[in-house]
Design a protein around this ligand. Structure first.
Ligand code: 13P
Length: 285
């Protein structure tokens, strides 16, 4: 089916108490792997592109690749721009056919974050595109965005609700102690903040930094109200490990299709596992 706006799938997840996996893709093979995992588990799914991937391919090529995979699939697939900081790029993505975008103006003070986010919401909504915003600051490294532990800002329920009300974002990333990249120390999670926002909010909530969280913690986050969970670093790890492992075991194999097929199959297995843990399996029906 054609790419879908993720708003309905996220609202269904919020009402149904499960979570939609949002997976950062890096090329067409990883797009195919995410869609194949969604098909295998019959789950709605979101493809996400980071600033690095956008720099490499450009938004038009990414939309074309996502459409190619989604058009032939029976499950709902959305294409989301992850951590957009450049309003020009966001505007290009909106015009090119992304189904949703994230404006990340969280490096700015609250009022400036509200103003920038609101302007992106106006443009996106006029084009039928949904918007994710961020309040508080998620730590770690996500391509060009580097936030040190000392600069972490935990979101409070009050500011989350005020931010959404004033900006009109469709879903909101709350900084609750998860981080981008591998965890070097055990994260201190504020799961209660998520619960409190969920109790008062009508909009879906996003948790970043899925890589490295134990599955039981992910399930607790889903029970607390996470309706979109982002996974990026684990995609890169599984992809690269898959290539290394195959090549190490068969150093004289020069059929590149077999090498790539192995990495893809490892990705499908890993992503399907996350979809199951998030509770999204069977929810495409
Ligand atoms: P991880 O790289 O920790 O999985 O985080 C992904 C993310 O939150 C992308 O926005």
């Amino acid at each position: 089916m054609p790419l879908v706006n993720p708003q309905k799938m996220l609202e269904a997840a919020r009402d149904g108490g499960y979570c939609v996996g949002a997976f950062n893709i890096v090329d067409f093979l990883s797009i195919e792997a995410v869609v194949a995992a969604a098909e295998a588990t019959r789950a709605p799914v979101m493809l996400q592109t980071s600033s690095g991937v956008i720099k490499k391919f450009g938004v038009r090529k990414l939309v074309a690749m996502a459409r190619l995979a989604a058009d032939h699939s029976p499950v709902p697939v959305a294409l989301h721009l992850d951590h957009g900081t450049d309003v020009k790029v966001l505007s290009e993505a909106i015009k090119a056919g992304y189904s949703s975008v994230m404006i990340d103006a969280s490096e700015h003070p609250f009022e400036k974050n509200v103003a920038i986010t609101k302007s992106v919401v106006e443009e996106a909504h006029a084009a039928g595109v949904s918007v994710e915003g961020e309040v508080g600051r998620v730590v770690g490294v996500e391509d060009d965005i580097v936030v040190h532990q000392d600069d972490a800002i935990y979101t409070t329920p009050e500011e989350a609700l005020e931010f959404q009300r004033r900006t009109g974002v469709d879903f909101l990333a709350a900084a609750i102690g998860t981080a981008h990249g591998f965890y070097k120390v055990e994260p201190k999670l504020n799961i209660d903040t998520l619960r409190k926002i969920r109790a008062q909010a009508t909009f879906p909530l996003v948790v970043h930094g899925g890589t490295g969280l134990p599955f039981e913690v992910i399930q607790e986050l889903v029970r607390a109200g996470a309706t979109k969970m982002n996974l990026s670093t684990q995609i890169k790890k599984t992809y690269i490990d898959g290539l290394y492992d195959y090549i190490a075991a068969k150093r004289t194999e020069y059929d590149i299709i077999k090498v790539l097929a192995h990495a893809k199959s490892e990705l499908v297995t890993m992503i399907s596992g996350y979809i199951e843990v998030l509770g999204g399996a069977g929810k495409a029906e």
